[in-house]
Write a protein that binds this ligand. Structure first.
Ligand code: PMP
Length: 455
């Protein structure tokens, strides 16, 4: 065997040592680069690892007791680790808190976590002198493209502090400034109550809330009208179309629930003013982030002016959070999260129907199976809310009937509807939903007991 000369051996050894030193310094530099984020990451993981028995969670900004963040328990659970069920606790189906998606995000802790540097976007403006991240706008367009629920091409996007703010911005932008009468703002009963409450609250000489569309059906000619169309509708989950037409009628299409979890998506919507919200897309209602897709340049400019006057744009932190969440959604073209939410909501609707179908006293809204462009098949309904009816004539206050059975629903009068109805939220946490089913089951079982006695 040929011998390696000792000088060549020494050169090889030196080179190998040098390479190793280089690699090690590079690695250390890498560690150093990560060092400022490690404390924040450790803090976040420590809070996330606090066990709240699956019936609560601890937050970074929650209360600290004995130097440790405490569990914030789901309704009807208590104790230091939320493990105690409060047995006579009412099932609260009142609010539209979209916590049904919380388990999805808990299954994706790494991809959805966000670390924000202390100096992140301190300025009032982005580098392009706007108040909105163009990268975020592009991601919003992509989400609509994958969900196949709205056409964004050739349209502008304006963002707001939740769609709540955009609803008012749209009323300002669409109301006529030159007319001697205020523009009438209307919606079809049962309608989402904020259209009335907000329009009343912010009323100016340019607009006022004037109730149900039926009052304008045959005599809207010449009158300036803004019609809110909620599709699918809150509270009854039906897909809706504008009722009023004419040159002086403007339509605001509130598509908060036009996502695969809650409805069939028969086609991408291509309307002039469409409003969406992250609250019902990713479930992050607390981030207060919504957007409007606007066709007309002038209406867009007026909405932007409203946002500039009210807010100087939306919090850059909320925009960053929204971007991160949309990125996770887009990773697999939304298949995973839409599938997760769709399965959860269809399961809830099926189980609720099984119970209510046994009752003669109560009924649920009927929604027909329909072709869904996203799922590419006919799909069963899975609305965000049950619009429950008390069938007995004497049950004139359905909310009170349910309250007596330890169930809290939202009363129909706030939707301008007959009080034989009550809205029950189906998109809250699994704990809330299970308790709702349990109490409804008790109520329906009692009805059967009473029927037997009267026989
Ligand atoms: N529109 C409809 C129909 C809603 O149900 C809601 C919330 N429940 C909103 C708008 C407001 O949503 P956010 O302000 O959270 O975006």
């Amino acid at each position: 065997m040929a011998k390696i000369p000792s000088s060549r051996y020494a050169v090889c050894l030196l080179a190998s040592i040098l390479i190793n030193i280089l690699l090690l310094t590079h690695q250390f530099r890498g560690w150093n680069q990560l060092s400022w984020s490690q404390t924040a990451a450790a803090e976040a993981e420590a809070v996330a690892s606090i066990s709240c028995s699956g019936h609560g969670r601890a937050y970074l900004d929650g209360l600290i007791v004995d130097g440790k963040p405490v569990c914030e328990c789901n309704t009807c659970y208590q104790g230091p680790d939320c493990s105690e069920f409060i047995s006579d606790c009412p099932a609260d189906a009142n609010s539209g808190d979209p916590l049904f998606l919380e388990p999805f995000w808990m299954q994706h802790p790494a991809s959805s976590a966000l670390l924000v540097a202390g100096w992140h976007r301190m300025s009032y403006i982005f580098n392009d002198h706007t108040y909105i991240s163009q990268v975020l706008v592009n991601h919003i367009r992509k989400v609509h493209a994958i969900a196949k629920n709205a056409v964004t091409d050739g349209k502008n996007i304006v963002v707001g502090a939740g769609s709540t703010q955009l609803i008012n911005a749209a009323v300002f932008a669409l109301s006529s400034e030159n007319s001697s009468y205020p523009t009438s703002v209307v919606a079809t009963t049962p309608y989402y109550p904020l259209y009335k409450s907000q329009t009343d609250y912010f009323e100016t000489s340019h607009f006022e809330f004037d109730g149900d569309t039926s009052l304008f059906k045959n005599n809207s000619e010449g009158l300036d009208v803004i019609e809110f169309v909620t599709s699918p509708n809150n509270p009854d989950g039906h897909l809706r179309k504008a009722v009023l037409q004419g040159p002086s009628v403007k339509t605001v299409n509130d598509h908060a629930y036009y996502w695969p979890y809650f409805t069939a998506l028969p086609a991408p919507m291509d309307e002039d003013v469409m409003i969406f919200t992250i609250s019902k897309l990713t479930g992050h209602a607390g981030s207060r982030f919504g957007w409007a897709i606007i066709k007309d340049e002038d209406v867009y400019e007026r909405m932007v002016t409203y946002m500039d006057q009210a807010e100087m744009g939306i919090s850059r932190d909320a925009q960053l959070r929204a971007l991160k969440l949309l990125k996770v959604m887009l990773k697999d073209d939304g298949r995973e999260i839409f599938d997760f939410g769709y399965k959860r909501m269809t399961d809830r609707w099926k189980r609720l129907n099984q119970i209510i179908s046994l009752s003669k006293r109560f009924s649920l809204q009927e929604i027909s199976p329909q072709y869904c462009n996203f799922l590419n098949k006919i799909r069963e309904p899975s609305p965000a809310y049950a619009w429950l009816k008390c069938e007995r004539e004497e049950d004139t206050d359905c909310t009170a009937v349910l309250r007596a059975a330890n169930i809290i629903g939202r009363k129909a009068s706030v939707f301008n509807a007959d009080s034989h109805y009550v809205r029950l939220s189906l998109l809250k946490s699994q704990d809330d939903f299970e308790l709702l089913l349990y109490r409804l089951n008790e109520l329906v079982t009692k009805e059967y007991g009473a029927d037997h006695q009267s026989m």
